[in-house]
Design a protein around this ligand. Structure first.
Ligand SMILES: [Zn+2]
Length: 178
């Protein structure tokens, strides 16, 4: 079975605000992108990998027709149990990936309209740790399983010696925006 490579899709993640608005105008656009990034053509049951499914919970999860297991769109990824719309996460990913060296939690709070600095800080650190890799492919890990992010099985952690900590500090240097 050929393995779908989410990196191919993430390489096409919008690089400009105009492109972002066009491609991710609705939650449904984001959902379709997420599904392709995670599964390729069609979502598969997390337990048996069956692809006969029906959607539940406002289309944020699906139930397997084979075994009855329920899989959330975000289960097993860094967005697991996060209750915000994908569009908000995608926006944050966009902001962080386009201000890669300079965005601060304060910036993110302002851009996203978060009520609290703490929320902005936790989003920033969660996403930044997932997005940045030394090999310069910034977005693939966003959709990958937690265990791959922490260097466990999954086989896609190419820099097992890299330390997430050094990527997580607040950057004091502002980056000029376009
Ligand atoms: Zn199943």
């Amino acid at each position: 079975m050929t393995r779908h490579d989410p990196d191919d899709l993430w390489r096409e993640f919008p690089r400009t605000a105009v492109e972002f608005e066009e491609r991710f105008a609705s939650e449904e656009d984001c959902r379709a992108f997420w599904i392709r990034a995670r599964w390729g053509d069609e979502p598969a049951c997390a337990r048996c990998e069956g692809t006969s499914i029906w959607w539940i919970r406002d289309d944020t999860a699906f139930e397997c027709a084979e075994c009855g297991h329920q899989t959330s769109l975000t289960s097993g990824t860094i967005l697991q149990k996060m209750r915000k719309p994908l569009k908000m996460w995608f926006r944050a990913v966009f902001e962080i990936s386009t201000h890669r060296t300079g965005i601060s939690a304060k910036d993110l709070q302002r851009i996203m309209g978060f009520g609290s600095y703490k929320t902005a800080w936790s989003w920033l650190h969660k996403l930044r740790a997932a997005l940045l890799r030394e090999d310069g492919e910034p977005l693939g890990p966003f959709v990958q399983m937690d265990e791959a992010l922490v260097g466990g099985k999954g086989g896609r952690t190419r820099n097992s010696s890299s330390s997430p900590q050094k990527l997580m500090g607040e950057s004091a240097s502002p980056t000029p925006t376009i």
